[in-house]
Design a protein around this ligand. Sequence first.
Ligand SMILES: [Zn+2]
Ligand SMILES: [Zn+2]
Length: 166
Amino acid sequence: MKVSLAEIVEGQLKEVDLEIEDKIRVLSYFGDEIPLVTPVVFKGKAYDANGDIYIKGIVESMAEYSCCRCLKKFQQKIIGEVHEKLIKEHSPKAEVDEYFLIKNNMIDISEIMENTLILSLPMKIICDENCKGLCLVCGKNLNEQACDCEKDEIDPRLAKLKDLLQ
Ligand SMILES: [Zn+2]
Ligand SMILES: [Zn+2]
C-alpha cells in the first residue's frame, strides 16, 4: 500500500498523522511463514525535522505461532515500533538498502509495516514459559497428558561429556 507524503515533501506541512490498516497475510522469516490473522494497523506520523523526513509510530497485528516445544498453535499480539528516516529518491543515499525510499512523494507503508513486525518477532516462540513440550519417545503433548516413557534425564553438561567419551 502506498501513502502520499506530498504535503511534507513539498513543505506545505511539517507533520501528518497516519492511521493505516493493511492486510499482510504472512510474515516470512528465515524460511518460516508466520500467518497474521488480523489486519495490520499502523498509527503514527510522518514529520519533517530540518529537511529530513521521518516516520514514527506503532505497528500492531495478531500472529498465529506454532510453539517450538509442543507444536501447538496459538495466537499472540505482535507490536512493533517504527522510527525511521525516509530517504528521497535520487538523493545520494537512495541506493542504501536500510532506508525506506520516498518515490514520487509516496512511501510503501506495507513494506515498513512488514519489516517492523519481522523485527518484533519473539526470539523463541513458545506457547507458555512452562510448556513441557512433546515426549521425545511417544510424541505425546506433555502439557495435556503425562506418559510413562523412560527418559534419560541427563544433565546437558554431562551429556556432552558422555559424547566425548564415546
Ligand atoms: Zn508449547
Ligand atoms: Zn512418552
